[in-house]
Design a protein around this ligand. Structure first.
Ligand SMILES: [Zn+2]
Length: 269
């Protein structure tokens, strides 16, 4: 029985490492998805600006066309000036020329205004283009890093399974291994805990006396009826003494405090 517990302890170490690595593999691409999302937004903003830019160019083309028309009309009217004979003809032509010139002038202003807007837009698009290129390069680098890290973790995982897990598992009943693996994945890596003073130290539930006795006499591998962890017997009064996990926590706290004190240069004594 002691041997089985030792094997389970070893298996627990391997399995929790395995689950940690699996979790890490899941976490690795997260930064990637944020960057991908950002790149997508940048690109869609760029495309929107590009549409606005193209529409602006079309408008300028149209305005230039109208300006050319006004110009031709004015030149035509100016030519006709040479062949007029009456005052009325002169006045009509003069009005035509002035109207056309005014229209030309106003169109020229419109074109200039549009051109200023488009130039600003173009500048902002160029900035975004650089940003997109930068983000794309970063994303590619990140992708390579993610692939490297993932393959490293996967190698470690494979090694754990093929070398360590497979060396322990054949010595333990397969159903126990199956249950144990599930407990560890559910219970944050702790699947084997002592019963102390009639209490499961995994879930702190008081266990039936006969059950505790069965654990103590090590007849079989037994699972806590409340938290499903595998139990082994340990002497001690869990209920009446602040023992077990609590003691360990206290020690950790003291350690943490003295480390902190040392970092700060304070003498606790
Ligand atoms: Zn329990």
């Amino acid at each position: 029985m002691q041997e089985i517990f030792e094997k389970l302890q070893q298996l627990q170490t391997v399995l929790s490492r395995k689950f940690d690595i699996k979790k890490e593999i899941e976490e690795i691409p997260r930064a990637l998805s944020t960057k991908t999302e950002m790149l997508k937004r940048l690109k869609s903003s760029y495309l929107e600006k590009n549409d606005t830019y193209e529409a602006g160019q079309e408008r300028i083309k149209h305005l230039r066309h109208l300006m050319t028309e006004a110009e031709l009309l004015r030149e035509d009217s100016e030519k006709k000036m040479d062949s007029i004979t009456t005052q009325r003809e002169y006045e009509a032509l003069d009005t035509e020329i002035r109207d056309a010139a005014e229209k030309e002038q106003s169109l020229r202003k419109d074109i200039q205004r549009e051109e200023v807007v488009l130039a600003e837009l173009k500048e902002s698009m160029e900035r975004e283009e650089k940003l997109i290129q930068l983000q794309e390069a970063e994303l590619n680098e990140e992708q390579v890093r993610v692939e490297e890290e993932t393959s490293e973790r996967e190698k470690e995982l494979k090694r754990l399974v093929e070398e360590e897990e497979s060396a322990i598992v054949p010595d333990i009943d397969s159903e126990i291994v199956f249950k144990f693996e599930r407990i560890i994945s559910n219970k944050a890596g702790l699947g084997l805990v002592p019963v102390k003073g009639g209490v499961c130290t995994g879930c702190n539930m008081i266990l039936p006396a006969q059950f505790v006795n069965d654990v103590r006499t090590e007849k079989d591998v037994l699972f806590c009826p409340y938290c499903s962890r595998i139990l082994f017997y340990e002497e001690g009064e869990m209920v009446y003494e602040p023992g077990g996990d609590m003691e360990m926590n206290d020690q950790e706290n003291v350690g943490g405090l003295s480390d902190l004190a040392e970092d700060l240069g304070i003498d606790l004594d």
